[in-house]
Design a protein around this ligand. Structure first.
Ligand code: BES
Ligand code: MN
Ligand code: ZN
Length: 487
């Protein structure tokens, strides 16, 4: 699908989408629309309320189809995105080859949500369906999206469109990686993706294989890998802006568990299949690196992804085992299902020792506890730095990828005190699990003054219109990009 911006022209598409917000002006807006569409003035007042996702098709005598698309009362970026994603997903096979979207009454800023929503609306989960239906005319190779903007928005609109396109392309690949079953996605798959992306967009990617991981002493990662038939990888991606000074050096660490059985502390089977998605942190980190490089953001970025499966096997780490780590600290493994914090211990440790970033952020599908706490509508935010917290909350609000702060108080350290090792990976109690996990990670940041941990277990894989099962959201990419662009 090609995308094109136009201004001051009649929309070219046989299908035209006109978004409408539920403002105090709605009655006037609908009157104006009625006269533009040659409808009786009262018709729209009666039939269209501009509720979120409400879509009213109106046919014109010349055969064109117009959709009025409701945005509800508070049309944030996420609302725009969802409204367009929903309409395009539902109508994908009824769209004409060229579709126009009329944004001439709106700020060019919304192009990002519109483009991502439309590109995402064409997504499907049918990767392994044998008689996969052909994409409709619009989503096929010949498809065209025309975005009509006001003439005074032309200059600002172009870079926003470029950004939206870069974002949508990478975002989609991350959805595919997340949704991919674990027999098609091993740690090496993540490494291969990162290496290819680095080559294409000009940033450096180093991958430690099993031997490299052993040489580096990434013992915590090795211990989680012990039960797996697939070797682990440790991915280090680094993007440096060329010919411009970097605003800051930002270190991102993402959990890359390509399947989490729980290990010997095995999970119940009912939802275990969803654990193919236990690499949502890795997807957010890798996706963000690629987009930052595409857009040449003025920030020095380092992304680290420790990746392995967590499997059950005669060689697997057992509850009670004591393991080492990159920083030399010993960990008593009370529960092998608390494996994310173990591999992140090495990811964080390696990051702080070797890169000393100004800002350190990790993302992980870390605990069921954060889902019990916040449900599926926000990720847990843990940070020791109030400025960083404020910046991240600002980006969360802006993008609609919501975060909510949870405490890092030292009283919770008792939960990870071990009798036999420097610390243990689980308190043994069914409470405050997301917090004690964060306290565990904190130990491996070596008191970094600007660290944030995002527990994205509830937000990375969620219910959507795309399927009957939970599926990928790409959570974190838009959030991190907004954060990086505002550093
Ligand atoms: N990957 C899971 C967390 C998770 C649960 C992500 C549900 C997405 C949906 C993590 O490795 C895990 O198993 N956590 C345990 C920790 C516990 C054993 C201390 C949990 O939260 O139950
Ligand atoms: Mn687990
Ligand atoms: Zn896990």
């Amino acid at each position: 699908m090609q995308i094109q911006l136009t201004a001051g022209q009649k929309p070219a598409g046989q299908t035209l989408i006109i978004p409408v917000a539920q403002t105090d002006e709605l009655a006037n807006v609908l009157d104006a629309l009625a006269s533009r569409l040659n409808l009786p003035a009262s018709a729209l007042q009666h039939d269209f309320k501009a509720d979120f996702k409400e879509a009213l098709p109106v046919y014109q005598p010349d055969g064109r189809k117009i959709y009025l698309l409701g945005l509800g009362k508070e049309p944030s970026a996420m609302i725009w995105l969802r409204a367009f994603r929903d309409l395009f997903f539902r109508q994908k096979n009824r769209l004409t080859e060229t579709v126009s979207v009329d944004l001439s009454d709106f700020d060019a800023e919304f192009i990002e949500s519109v483009v991502l929503g439309i590109r995402w609306g064409g997504y499907d989960l049918k990767l392994h369906v044998t008689d996969k239906p052909q994409p409709g005319e619009f989503y096929g190779d010949e498809g065209h999206l025309e975005i009509v903007i006001a003439e005074n928005q032309q200059e600002t609109a172009q870079p926003i469109l470029a950004r939206a396109d870069a974002l949508a392309t990478t975002h989609r690949q991350m959805l595919d990686l997340m949704n991919s079953p674990s027999n098609y996605k091993t740690p090496q798959t993540l490494a291969d993706w990162a290496v290819a992306s680095g080559q294409q967009y000009g940033y450096s990617v180093t991958v430690f294989d099993q031997a490299g991981i052993e040489r580096q002493g990434l013992q915590a990662l090795l211990s989680v890998n012990q039960g797996s038939a697939h070797p682990p990888v440790f991915i280090i991606a680094e993007y440096k802006p060329e010919g411009q000074p970097a605003t800051k050096k930002v270190g991102l660490v993402g959990k890359g568990i390509t399947f989490d059985t729980g290990g010997i502390s095995i999970k119940p089977s009912a939802s275990m299949h969803l654990m193919k998605s236990d690499m949502g942190g890795a997807a957010a980190v890798l996706g963000t690196l690629e987009i930052a490089a595409k857009l040449k953001l003025p920030v020095h970025l380092i992304g680290i992804v420790p990746s392995t499966e967590n499997m059950v096997d005669g060689n697997a780490t057992k509850p009670g085992d004591v393991i080492g780590s990159y920083l030399g600290k010993t960990i008593e493994v009370i529960d092998t299902d608390a494996e994310g914090r173990i591999i992140l211990a090495d990811g964080l440790g390696y990051m702080v020792r070797n890169f000393k970033p100004d800002v350190l952020i990790d993302l992980a599908t870390l605990t069921g506890s954060v889902i019990a706490t916040l449900g599926y509508h926000a990720a847990g935010l843990f940070s020791n730095n109030d400025d960083l917290t404020a910046q991240l909350l600002r980006s969360a609000k802006q993008t609609g990828e919501q975060l909510w702060p949870l405490p890092l108080w030292d009283v919770y350290k008792e939960d990870i005190q071990s009798d036999v090792a420097d610390l243990k990976n689980f308190s043994g109690k069914p409470m405050a699990g997301a917090i004690s996990a964060a306290k565990f990670l904190e130990v491996f940041t070596e008191s970094h003054p600007a660290w944030a941990h995002l527990d994205i277990a509830g937000t990375a894989f969620a219910d959507t219109e795309f399927g009957t099962q939970k599926n990928a959201t790409g959570f974190g990419i838009r959030l991190l990009l907004d954060f990086l662009r505002n550093l």
